[in-house]
Structure formats: structure tokens, C-alpha cells
Design a protein around this ligand. Structure first.
Ligand code: ATP
Ligand code: MG
Length: 558
């Protein structure tokens, strides 16, 4: 049983079901439609379904809800499988496809027709809409509603055999055209659609609707708790009705609020439009909230799981600040990512009193958070790069970094003093500095202190890199809200590409998508487009954590 401290309304229901014996086990499923790539909203559902199964010693199926051949593709199936696995979940041998149940679903439909609970309707889609009535007005019965069972069985069979054109007839449940819940007004179960299905090919020309298919899928698989998002709440009576009419095993459907995140969009339609419109480079663009995008950006799966755990589940819609997700990423990377030095905006430093051909190797710990991560040797020489913004010719108050005449520490190396700035056309192009040889390792024997410690890279050893810096994809918190055209709020500065960065040699040895920290800069990872000498690095997240401030603000507003 679940531990009391982390309970929520879904776990309360499950606990109750186990206590009362409604179910003696827990079996959930994650049911994506293979019509797009997964996003962080899906991650919430994945973590919930797989997480609950794990907590209760139960099972969770991965099931493709592939009932609509016109939008579904095999490539999405593969990418979804990969993404769920990457998030860290395992369905063992329980990978299922709704299309595997098409024969059985058809058999069930025949049973409903035989019971007088379903009929073939000749009305057009438009007429069906009109006959349906409104929230305040009851619907009207179709003139075909009282066809005899034999006629319905014959027509259904002929629909299946392809005797009719697309949209010419549908199979509908025979419930109640005056039902206060519109979903119960004789909903469509099958429509005629000639489209090649990614698994069943051209074997079928009738396809089940979501409402008809989903409960059957859950029932066939012996799901106990069918967890879905709130928009299906009004469909639950229908979910129950179908299964009860058939007299088959019935799972319990539970609805929760979908995840919304600030400064992004999550609907597949909008994501696709960004990809197809060329506003992003593809489904794995690191600025997108897709699993592929976040993976390429360097978000660790553990951070996404942690995020989903922290946001919990509820019955009311809310929008989660992006800062919380970034906080989780930072938290995880702080504990797990090795540290390196990289200079994004290089400024050359020449150490006048350091021997010309000398190279020293400085022992540097890989992670202050993890002594087991060991140390590495970082080359140091007479010519170095430091960050351009770590020098000011005329330092303002409280600027403690390098300036003419000032001494600073080079991390894990020496104290150096700036003697002179070399300029060309008024712009500083290099610094002449001196090093105090007695300060190797970074400490002065006389105990004098400096106020700044800078990162650096030895120029002859430096590896060139392209670094891609990311900001929010949109400039407003809710780009799709209030009837806005979401593309009007795209942030023109969401990607900044720096092409002349200098990084320490060890970074070149990192594998694709391996994550690390650049000291004082943030977390980064190697982009999979890296090839040969062209090293490409993605910024994962800045070091600065804004979550603490935001959460204080939210607490105050509550
Ligand atoms: P979209 O609205 O982006 O097209 P969808 O709901 O059509 O998403 P599905 O493939 O049907 O996508 O979703 C699979 C599962 O993920 C469903 O159970 C769905 O409820 C859940 N899901 C989708 N979006 C979210 C979200 N933003 N938050 C939580 N769960 C979600
Ligand atoms: Mg859906």
C-alpha cells in the first residue's frame, strides 16, 4: 500500500478500492496516440501511471491508442517507445496496440446491435450534429434509429465489407437523445474511413471512435484504474455504459488536471506548427517542451521525474512556472554533473613573466559535490583565455574582477595581476598580466586575499566550440491564452549562437548529450550534431536559480 505522506486524490481512490475489495491489484496504462511526439505534459501522465504501478507493486502497460489512421504513423510509435524508456520506465512484455483488438471490438459492436443498443445511421455528419440538440435543448431521434436488429446487422457487416463510401453511414449507440450529458446522445461508435492504417493496412475501412474503443482496450487488458485528463470527465458515464451493456469487466476511470507550463505551448497542433513553420529546428529543438527537445537540451530524466513528483496531481487546472522545472534540472545536475572550464566570450591573457614553453598540469576536482568523481589534469600555460566580462578597464564600484593593477585568482592555478590592456581601435584585445609563482594552486603564502576567482582555458590547448544559448521560446507566460496568435509572442532571442568559444580539452572527450557544468556559467551538454572538429554545446540551464524568489512570490499571492 502507498505511504500516507505522498497521497493525493488518485491514491486515495486506489487505497479505497483496495480496502473495499473492488480490485485486489493495481494495473494502469499509458495510452498515447501515435500522432506526434511526447511532451512534458505526457511525462506527467507517464510518471503518474508508471509511478503508481510501481508504488503498489502493480503493472503499467504501454498501449498505443491507434484508432485514427489518418494522423498516425509508425515513426511516432518508435519515438514514443524511445522517449518512455528514456524517462526510465519499463513495460516489460506489455506493449499493446488498440488496433490489435479491432476484431474483438467489432464482435462487441455486433453484440450491442443484437441487444438493440446500437444502430446504423444514414444521417450525414452535419445532420447528426444538428439532431444532437444543445445543452439546453434535447436532441431529435434519427429517422433510422428504429431500424430492426436484422437490418442493422446486415448494414454493419456491409459497412465493414466496404460497400459504402466514406461518411455515408455510421454505427451509433442507442442511448437517449434527450440525455442531459451530450456525450450520451447516441454517440458514434464506427465511422467509414478509407485510410491505410500503420499496422492493419487496408484490412479495415471502418474505425472505432475514441469513446467506443478506449474502455474496451482498458477492459481487455484488465486495467484497474484508467487515469486520464479532465476533458474526459463527461465521457465517463459513456465509458461505464458501454462496458456495462456488454457485461464485461469494468475498470475505474479517474480524471486529473493536465499540466500547463508558463512560457511555452504544449498542444501537438501548435508544436507541429512551430516545426513546420521553421520557427524551431525540429521536434527535438532544445527550446521545445518535447521529451526529445528536453533530452537534447541536457535535461536529465531524473529531473523530469522529480518535477512530476513535485507538481503532484489535482482536479483543478493550473499553470506551473517553468522556473520549477528548471530548478529540478539544476538540482539534479548540481549533484551529478562534472565541472569543466569553458570561455564563452574569450579575451586573451598573456602572462609576461611565465616561461614561454612551460606547460603545467593542474589537478582539478571533477565535482565538489561528489569526491568519488575524482580529479583531472588541466593544462596551464603562458597564454590563456578568460571571459571578456571578467575584465573592466574602468571597474565600477563592487566590481571585484580583473582591472588594471588588480590581482585575482585563476581557479585552481595562480594569482595574477593585470599590468596593461592592449587595445586596437579602442577595443581591448588582450591583457598583459603577471603571475605570482608562489601562489600555485591558488593560495598566497603570505595569506593575502583576492576577491574574485575566474575560470580560464590555456590558449594553445583550447578546443574551439560553438555554444548555443537558450532563452524562453515565448516572451509571455501564456502565449496561447486569450485568443492570441501564439506565434506573435515568439522570443526573437530564444537562440543565441556563439561561434568562437574556447573550452578545456577534456570536453572534447565527452559523449553525445553528456551533461556537465561550465564553472560560473551554467549547465551544458554536447549536442548530437557534433561531428569531427566541430564541437557543438547546448546550454541546459543557467546557474542562477530564480525558483526561490518565484515560489516566495506565489506563497504571498495565495
Ligand atoms: P495533445 O493535446 O498534446 O494532442 P493528447 O491528449 O491528444 O495530447 P495523447 O497521445 O492522446 O495526446 O495523450 C496520451 C496521454 O497523455 C493521455 O492519457 C493524455 O490524457 C495524457 N496527456 C496529454 N497531454 C497532457 C498534459 N498536458 N498533462 C497531463 N497529461 C497529458
Ligand atoms: Mg488524446
Amino acid at each position: 500500500m502507498n505511504d500516507e505522506s505522498s497521497t493525493d486524490f488518485i491514491r486515495d481512490i486506489i487505497n479505497h478500492d483496495l480496502e473495499t475489495g473492488r480490485y485486489d491489484r493495481v494495473h494502469t496504462r499509458f495510452p498515447p496516440e501515435p500522432n506526434g511526439f511526447l511532451h512534458i505534459g505526457h511525462a506527467k501522465s507517464i510518471c503518474l501511471n508508471f509511478g503508481i504501478a510501481e508504488e503498489y507493486g502493480g503493472k503499467c502497460n504501454l498501449r498505443f491508442d491507434d484508432t485514427n489512421p489518418s494522423t498516425e504513423e509508425e515513426t511516432y510509435v518508435q519515438s514514443i517507445i524511445e522517449d518512455v524508456r528514456w524517462l526510465g520506465f519499463d513495460w516489460e512484455d506489455r506493449l499493446f496496440f488498440a488496433s490489435d483488438y479491432f476484431d474483438q471490438m467489432y464482435e462487441y459492436a455486433v453484440q450491442l446491435v443484437e441487444k438493440g443498443r446500437a444502430y446504423v445511421d444514414d444521417l450525414s455528419a452535419e445532420e447528426i450534429r444538428r439532431y444532437r440538440g444543445t445543452l439546453t435543448q434535447p436532441g431529435t431521434n434519427s429517422p433510422y434509429r428504429d431500424r430492426p436488429v436484422e437490418g442493422n446487422l446486415d448494414l454493419l457487416e456491409r459497412m465493414k465489407e466496404g460497400e459504402f463510401g466514406d461518411g455515408e453511414k455510421v454505427l451509433r449507440a442507442r442511448i437517449d437523445m434527450a440525455h442531459p450529458n451530450m456525450n450520451m446522445r447516441d454517440p458514434v461508435m464506427y465511422r467509414i474511413l478509407r485510410a491505410t492504417h500503420h499496422r492493419t493496412g487496408d484490412r479495415w475501412c471502418i474505425y472505432p471512435t475514441y469513446d467506443w474503443a478506449h474502455g474496451l482496450e482498458d477492459s481487455i487488458e484488465g486495467i484497474t484504474h484508467s487515469i486520464c485528463t479532465l476533458e474526459f470527465e463527461n465521457h465517463r458515464p459513456l465509458y461505464d455504459w458501454f462496458l456495462d451493456q456488454l457485461g464485461v469487466y469494468r475498470p475505474r476511470q479517474i480524471e486529473f488536471a493536465r499540466l500547463n507550463l508558463t512560457y511555452t505551448v504544449m498542444s501537438k497542433r501548435m508544436l507541429r506548427s512551430l516545426v513546420e513553420g521553421g520557427q524551431v529546428s525540429g521536434w527535438d529543438d532544445p527550446r521545445l517542451p518535447t521529451i526529445r527537445g528536453m533530452r537534447r537540451r541536457g535535461y536529465p530524466p531524473a529531473a523530469i521525474r522529480d518535477f512530476c513528483q513535485r507538481i503532484g496531481v489535482s482536479k483543478s487546472e493550473s499553470t506551473i512556472p517553468m522556473e520549477l522545472l528548471e530548478h529540478c534540472v539544476r538540482d539534479e545536475l548540481n549533484r551529478t554533473a562534472p565541472r569543466y572550464m569553458g570561455v564563452l566570450h574569450p579575451l586573451k591573457v598573456i602572462l609576461d613573466n611565465y616561461p614561454r614553453d612551460q606547460v603545467e598540469y593542474m589537478g582539478v576536482e571533477n565535482s565538489p559535490e561528489d569526491p568519488a568523481a575524482g580529479t583531472r589534469q588541466v593544462p596551464f600555460s603562458r597564454v590563456l583565455y578568460i571571459e571578456r566580462e571578467d575584465f573592466r578597464e574602468h571597474p565600477p564600484k563592487k566590481y571585484y574582477r580583473l582591472a588594471p593593477g588588480r590581482e585575482v585568482r585563476l581557479k585552481n592555478a595562480y594569482l595574477i595581476t593585470c599590468q596593461e590592456a592592449i587595445k586596437e581601435d579602442g577595443e581591448v584585445t588582450a591583457l598583459r598580466c603577471t603571475v605570482d609563482p608562489a601562489t600555485r594552486g591558488g593560495d598566497a603564502p603570505d595569506g593575502r586575499s583576492v576577491r574574485a576567482t575566474l575560470h580560464w582555458v590555456s590558449a594553445p590547448h583550447a578546443v574551439d566550440a560553438e555554444v548555443r544559448l537558450y532563452q524562453r521560446l515565448f516572451t509571455v507566460e501564456d502565449p496561447a491564452g486569450q485568443g492570441r496568435d501564439f506565434k506573435e509572442h515568439l522570443n526573437p532571442h530564444s537562440l543565441r549562437t556563439l561561434t568562437s568559444c574556447k573550452v578545456e580539452p577534456a570536453v572534447r572527450e565527452l559523449a553525445s548529450v553528456e551533461r556537465f557544468q561550465f564553472l560560473r556559467q551554467g549547465y551544458f551538454c554536447v549536442d548530437p550534431d557534433t561531428a569531427g572538429d566541430h564541437l557543438i554545446i547546448n546550454q541546459t540551464v543557467e546557474l542562477r536559480d530564480t525558483w526561490a524568489r518565484i515560489s516566495r512570490q506565489m506563497a504571498k499571492n495565495r
